[in-house]
Ligand binder design. Structure first.
Ligand SMILES: [Zn+2]
Length: 583
């Protein structure tokens, strides 16, 4: 791994003249006003002789792409570790609307009308990229970058109908409109029925719609189907077992044997957090009778814990740590966190995670025990175990993205300014970045980032290099810079530009949604709710120091009360504060 990072750093420095060269050519090309259709060209003149490019294709999400648009940071889908890939662009990188075909190694010509401007691409977009991967320097040079076929053409959305208004609706957090003449067919209990406006349809039903997505991100529906949401036995079992595994005792919420929280008992604070949570619950669930099998009994607790975290359980219990609340700036930001957690519950991510997870047996036991009619009032050990395991069943990236997307709609529908959600991630991303840097590391990191950027930044690099050389005394400035890069990289455990942890990723995704699905919404009249929030925030005090009465489930064989353990606290980065995204 160390070698890899080192090689990459070397490349970065080696690449500098090439980028200068590429920019010069770009300028020249603009003057000549030729269409950007040119044959692939060798990009770097000073590359090592044995640096053989290998042809590769990948899919990913743009994390960062800024003027002068010659470098893209991409989170590749095939990379399980969530590392970012640096993709360098050149004059000959094409941005076609669709995949380019090749005849042997020769790129077939692309008509200018089938090209899009590179500045069209934004952070948050999902792209396909075809690139040369240089095996020795580990450099990626893009040949073509294009969106999925359905970005401009066909789009398919499947999910719960969360909101509707005539020909407008929100499905799975996406903004959709019914095209003229569009027909939605009913299935199962709506068999033989057809629908031509969303108002005729059932909120909370599952819709699958097909249509066309325009460049604003709105999907224009041509056809689709509607059926009832399939709440499975597994979902219901999970909820019931979770209810059994949770025990309230005075100010303690006990979950299974080992997990307990002291919640904030101040009636005003308790009511404040719970009221915001209740407001965010989607309409279709609010209107259900308590006896209805789909009913979810949402409850929101603020618990004493200094970490920046929040979590949701399948029975609708949502827990917010005081450490998170203290970091937020207003009510809208709290609504963003709660909305995200509610979405995990409404989308039944727990069941899906369990089912997709490796621990099939645990889930089977969990289900059997929860369903068994012989279950007495004792909480069976397996249920406790399963409940305890809940905290370890993490959501996958798609589920997090879905929760962000739907959570944003929940907060918007409840009257909160969704831009506040982006602010949370932006703030966290900045704080994460600040964690790693000593002054000299900051210089080195900035130096590395500038290497592929504007002329102004490159001029700035001369000063930085001098500063770093002075700090490094007798070392050559480049050697010293390299050493510092490696330190930074080793600390981050990621690539060199690794000042882009997941918070930055989520910030970009939320921003992308705001500029597409929310493009035409008026945010100005929406609330951020600052003064009351600050008031509540100032009232949070540490819990009284009386010993916590640990409620021990009967029959669990415990020898009396034990001090409660908090939920698994997130890993801290070496030398850093622990800032963790709510799960
Ligand atoms: Zn989450």
């Amino acid at each position: 791994m160390k070698m890899l990072r080192y090689s990459f750093l070397m490349t970065l420095l080696l690449l500098l003249p090439a980028i200068l060269f590429a920019q010069k050519r770009e300028k020249k090309k603009k003057e000549e006003e030729k269409p950007a259709v040119v044959a692939p060209q060798p990009v770097v003149e000073d590359k090592p002789v044995d640096d053989v490019p290998r042809n590769k294709n990948a899919k990913g999400t743009i994390i960062e792409f800024k003027p002068p648009y010659n470098h893209m940071l991409v989170l590749a889908e095939d990379d399980e570790e969530g590392r970012y890939r640096h993709v360098f662009l050149t004059d000959s990188t094409l941005f076609p609307k669709h995949k380019v075909s090749y005849n042997k190694d020769k790129r077939k010509p692309v008509k200018p009308k089938d090209l899009i401007s590179r500045s069209f691409f934004r952070a948050g977009m999902e792209i396909n990229f075809h690139f040369d991967h240089y095996q020795s320097s580990l450099r990626n040079v893009a040949k073509e970058i294009y969106l999925d076929d359905d970005y401009f053409g066909n789009a398919k959305v499947n999910g719960i109908l969360e909101f509707r208004d005539g020909n407008r609706a929100v499905i799975d957090g996406h903004e959709v409109r019914l095209d003229n003449g569009a027909v939605i067919k009913g299935e199962e209990e709506w068999k033989n029925k057809t629908f031509t406006t969303f108002n005729q349809m059932q909120l909370g039903a599952e819709l699958t719609v097909r249509g066309r997505r325009d460049t604003t991100g709105v999907i224009f529906v041509k056809k689709g189907t509607m059926r009832p949401v399939d709440i499975t036995k597994d979902d219901l079992m999970m909820r019931r077992a979770m209810n059994r595994a949770m025990v309230m005792n005075k100010d303690v919420l006990q979950i299974g044997k080992e997990t307990s929280f002291r919640f904030v008992t101040d009636r005003n604070i308790f009511a404040y957090v719970n009221d915001i949570g209740q407001k965010l619950i989607p309409e279709y669930l609010k209107s259900l009778d308590i006896e209805h099998p789909d009913f979810i009994n949402f409850k929101f607790y603020l618990v004493h814990d200094d970490s920046f975290n929040a979590s949701a359980y399948p029975n609708g219990t949502v827990i917010v740590h005081t450490g998170l609340l203290k970091q937020l700036e207003n009510e809208a930001q709290l609504a963003a966190i709660l909305g995200h957690e509610i979405a995990h519950v409404t989308q039944r991510h727990h069941t899906k995670s369990y089912r997709n997870g490796k621990d099939w047996q645990a889930f089977a036991d969990f289900s059997n025990v929860a369903l068994g009619t012989q279950v007495s009032s004792d909480i069976p050990a397996q249920v406790i175990q399963a409940a305890k395991d809940m905290k370890y069943s993490s959501y996958d990236r798609n589920q997090e993205t879905q929760a962000d997307r739907i959570g944003l709609q929940y907060m918007f529908n409840a009257g909160y300014d969704p831009r506040e959600a982006a602010k949370i991630w932006d703030k966290l991303a900045r704080e994460e970045k600040n964690d790693i840097e000593s002054p000299i590391e900051a210089e080195a990191l900035q130096f590395a980032m500038n290497a592929s950027s504007t002329g102004e930044q490159r001029a700035d690099n001369n000063d930085r290099a001098k500063k770093m050389a002075a700090m490094g005394q007798s070392m050559r400035k480049q050697d010293f810079a390299l050493m510092m890069f490696r330190n930074v990289a080793a600390k981050k455990g990621e690539s060199v530009y690794a000042s882009h942890p997941r918070s930055r990723d989520r910030y970009n995704h939320v921003n992308f949604l705001l500029s597409t699905a929310f493009a035409f919404k008026d945010f100005e009249k929406l609330s951020t709710g600052e003064s009351e929030f600050k008031n509540i925030q100032s009232k949070i005090t540490a819990p009284a120091s009386t010993p916590v009465p640990t409620s021990t489930p009967p029959g669990s064989g415990s020898n009396g009360p034990k001090p409660p353990k908090p939920l698994k606290t997130p890993k801290s980065k070496p030398g850093g504060k622990s800032f963790v995204k709510p799960k």
